[in-house]
Design a protein around this ligand. Structure first.
Ligand code: GDP
Ligand code: IMO
Ligand code: MG
Length: 426
C-alpha cells in the first residue's frame, strides 16, 4: 500500500473531499494535517450530500480510521457538532474510528472575535477570511501561548492560559476594535464542558501512523485549502495561515518526509477563488456567471459566491513544483459543457514581457495579463462517462493539452459530484 497526499492545487474548493472519499475505498487510515473549519469538503453519495469541516473525508467508508493531526487548528464546539451530525446520519464516529492529536491547537472564542474584528477594521483591503478564527489561532501557536487539545485534561492550566491570553486580547478587542470583550470564566467553563468528549477522542497520531506503516496499510493525507493560499508560497497576504503544500503533511501529522509515495493535486477544470486576492483568469462576465451557476460555486463553509475563471496553467505548474505532484485529479469537467470555446492560460504578460512563472513580488500577480490558448468546447453531457476513451474528442483534447501545459499526468477525471462520477485513467 502507498501513502498518498491529496492537496488542493489552486485556491481551494477543488473537490478534495470527493477525491479523498473516493480514494478512501482503498485506504484504512485518513489524516487531516493542517487548517481548521475554514475548510468545507463536500461528499455526495447516492444523492446525499455531506459537508465536512474538520473530520477527514474518509469517514463515510466503514472500517476507516480518521485522524486529526497536530497541524490542525480545532474549534471544539464545531468538532463536536460535526460528530453529532454524522452520528445523526447513522455514521460510526466512535473513538474507535476517529481520533485527534493532543497537540492540535484549539480555536478559542477570542480567536474568532479577533478574526472578525480585524476584517471589519480593514476597510478596503479585507482578506475575506472565513471568520473562523484560523489566523489568530495560528498566531498564538507561533507566539507559544496557544491552548492545545491535551490541555483540557488540566483545568487549572486551561484557566491560567485563558486568563493570560485575555489580558492582552481584551485590550485589543475592547479598546482598538471596539468589539465586546470575552469573558474568561465563561470561556473556560464552555471548553471544560467539552473536555470529557474531547478527551475520549485523544490518540497518539504519530503512533497510529507508525502502526499503519508496520501493518503495511496505506495512509491518505487530506489537505485543505489550496497551494496558492499557502502562508509562504501563496498570494501573500491573501492567504490562509497554514502551510497548505504537501510538505505540511509530514509536519502536520508527525511522519517523516520520505513517507509519501504519491502526491495528487486536485484541480478544477477551471479556477475559483473565495475571498480577496489576485486572480488573473477571473471572468466577471457571463462565462464566469455560467461557471458559478452550473458548478454551484458557492462556498461550502460560508456560502459566499465563488469567483470563477479559466484554468490557469501557470498556477498549476507552480503547484506541480511546490508539491512534487506525481499526478493531478481534474474535477468538474462536466461544468464546462455548452461553453462555445475553452481557454487555458498558458503564460502571463507582465511589465511588457511574457513570463511563464508566477511573479514573486507582492501585488505583482494582480498586474499580469493572461495569455490564452483557445480550444473547442463541447455540447455532450459527459456526466455519465466512466471511461476516458468515451469522452468527446474535444474534451480529451482539452485534458491532454492541460497535461502538456502542466507537465504531469491527469490520472483522475471527475465529471460530477457523486462518488461514482469519476474516470480513473490507467
Ligand atoms: P473541497 O473543499 O476541495 O473539498 O471542495 P468543495 O466541497 O468546497 O467544493 C467542491 C464542490 O464541487 C462540491 O459541491 C462538490 O460536491 C462538487 N463537485 C466535486 N466534483 C465535482 C464534479 O466533478 N462535477 C461537479 N459538477 N461537481 C463536483
Ligand atoms: P477548502 O479546504 C477556499 C480562504 C478564505 C480567505 C483566505 C483566508 O474547502 O478548500 P482564513 O479563514 O483561512 O483565514 O481565510 O483563505 N479559504 C478558503 N478558500 N477553500 C477553503 O478551504 C478555504 N479556506 C480558507 O476565503 O480568502
Ligand atoms: Mg471547500
Amino acid at each position: 500500500m502507498s501513502n498518498t497526499v491529496i492537496i488542493g492545487a489552486q485556491w481551494g474548493d477543488e473537490g478534495k473531499g470527493k477525491i479523498v472519499d473516493m480514494l478512501s475505498a482503498q485506504s484504512r487510515v485518513i489524516v487531516r494535517f493542517h487548517g481548521g473549519n475554514n475548510a468545507g469538503h463536500t461528499i455526495k453519495v447516492n444523492g446525499q450530500e455531506t459537508v465536512l469541516h474538520l473530520i477527514p473525508s474518509g469517514i463515510l467508508h466503514d472500517n476507516t480510521l480518521c485522524l486529526i493531526g497536530n497541524g490542525v487548528v480545532l474549534d471544539p464546539g464545531t468538532f463536536l457538532e460535526e460528530v453529532d451530525a454524522l452520528a445523526g446520519k447513522g455514521i460510526d464516529v466512535s473513538p474507535a474510528r476517529l481520533g485527534m492529536s493532543k497537540k492540535v491547537h484549539l480555536i478559542m472564542p477570542y480567536h474568532k472575535s479577533l478574526d472578525k474584528a480585524r476584517e471589519a477594521k480593514r476597510a478596503s483591503n479585507k482578506i475575506g477570511t472565513t471568520g473562523r478564527g484560523i489566523g489568530p489561532c495560528y498566531e498564538d501557536k507561533a507566539a507559544r501561548v496557544g491552548l492545545r487539545a491535551g490541555d483540557v485534561s488540566n483545568p487549572a492550566l486551561v484557566r491560567e492560559k485563558v486568563r493570560r491570553a485575555l489580558l492582552e486580547k481584551n485590550i485589543l478587542l475592547r479598546d482598538l476594535y471596539k468589539f465586546d470583550p470575552v469573558d474568561a470564566e465563561a470561556t473556560c467553563d464552555e471548553l471544560l464542558g467539552f473536555a470529557p468528549r474531547l478527551i475520549s477522542y485523544f490518540t497518539d497520531v504519530e503512533q497510529r501512523l507508525h502502526e499503519a506503516a508496520e501493518e503495511g496499510e496505506g495512509v491518505l493525507f487530506e489537505g485543505a485549502q489550496g497551494v496558492h493560499l499557502d502562508i509562504d508560497h501563496g498570494t501573500y497576504p491573501f492567504v490562509t495561515s497554514s502551510n497548505t503544500v504537501a510538505g505540511s503533511a509530514a509536519t502536520g501529522s508527525g511522519i517523516g518526509p520520505c513517507a509519501f509515495d504519491r502526491i495528487v493535486g486536485i484541480a478544477k477544470a477551471y479556477t475559483t477563488r473565495v475571498g480577496a486576492g489576485p486572480f488573473p483568469t477571473e471572468l466577471l462576465d457571463d462565462t464566469g456567471s455560467y461557471m458559478r451557476a452550473k458548478g454551484a460555486e458557492f462556498g461550502a463553509t460560508t456560502g459566499r459566491p465563488r469567483r470563477c475563471g479559466w484554468l490557469d496553467a501557470v498556477v498549476l505548474r507552480a503547484s506541480v513544483r511546490l508539491n512534487g505532484l506525481t499526478d493531478i485529479a481534474l474535477t468538474k469537467l462536466d461544468v464546462l459543457q455548452n461553453l462555445p470555446e475553452l481557454r487555458i492560460c498558458v503564460a502571463y504578460m507582465f511589465e511588457g514581457r511574457r513570463i511563464d512563472k508566477l511573479p514573486q513580488e507582492e501585488g505583482a500577480l494582480a498586474a499580469v495579463e493572461p495569455v490564452y490558448e483557445t480550444l473547442p468546447g463541447f455540447e455532450e453531457d459527459i456526466s455519465g462517462c466512466t471511461v476516458f476513451d468515451v469522452l468527446p474528442e474535444s474534451v480529451r483534447k482539452y485534458v491532454r493539452r492541460v497535461e502538456e501545459c502542466v507537465g504531469v499526468k491527469i490520472s483522475i477525471i471527475s465529471v460530477g459530484p457523486e462518488r461514482t462520477q469519476t474516470i480513473v485513467r490507467s
